[in-house]
Design a protein. Structure first.
Length: 168
């Protein structure tokens, strides 16, 4: 049963009224209609977060999985505020990479902040995190992104100790 409530201005009493009858909760739950209804309703509002953690495999068995979201959410806001994605986008505009280089750099940076390690370790580490835009990133993408960051930008002067690279 779906309802609404109104407050009587003179008495302050709450009066509820029935808008629609949905059926018995146990029947709705057993048929899956309750989950479908909740998922549909959650799409209509920004104030509700509905997480479906159960997945079915090919045999129909249910399994739950969880991914960490805190670090990626926090550092993506910092990344955005500092304009790093825009800077990388400007540097990459004349390049024809066929993968999200900025996302690979973000994931690699996040990995180095959390647990210092190699690109190989980063590739497996990111599987435990829900990082926006990282779908499809593989080990070779991290190697290519790091190689791009290390490319020399110009000839080094005679008094320079090292060449100037993209990662300034």
């Amino acid at each position: 049963m779906c309802g609404s409530s109104k407050t009587n201005a003179s008495t302050g009493a709450v009066r509820q009224s029935v808008i629609a009858t949905l059926g018995r909760a146990d029947e709705l739950d057993a048929s899956g209609a309750l989950a479908s209804l909740l998922a549909s309703g959650a799409k209509l509002t920004d104030q509700v977060l509905l997480i479906n953690a159960l997945d079915e495999d090919a045999d129909g068995a249910l399994s739950a999985s969880a991914k960490r979201i805190g670090g990626p959410l926090l550092f993506s806001k910092i990344w955005e505020r500092l304009g790093i994605a825009d800077v990388l986008g400007d540097l990459l505009q004349d390049r024809a990479f066929e993968f999200a280089v900025e996302r690979a750099v973000f994931v690699a940076t996040l990995h180095r902040i959390f647990v210092s390690g190699s690109d190989r370790d980063c590739s497996s580490w990111m599987e435990d995190y829900d990082i926006a835009g990282s779908d499809g990133l593989d080990l070779h993408h991290f190697y290519r992104a790091m190689a791009w960051l290390g490319e020399e930008m110009e000839e080094k002067s005679e008094d320079a100790l090292a060449p100037r690279c993209v990662k300034t």
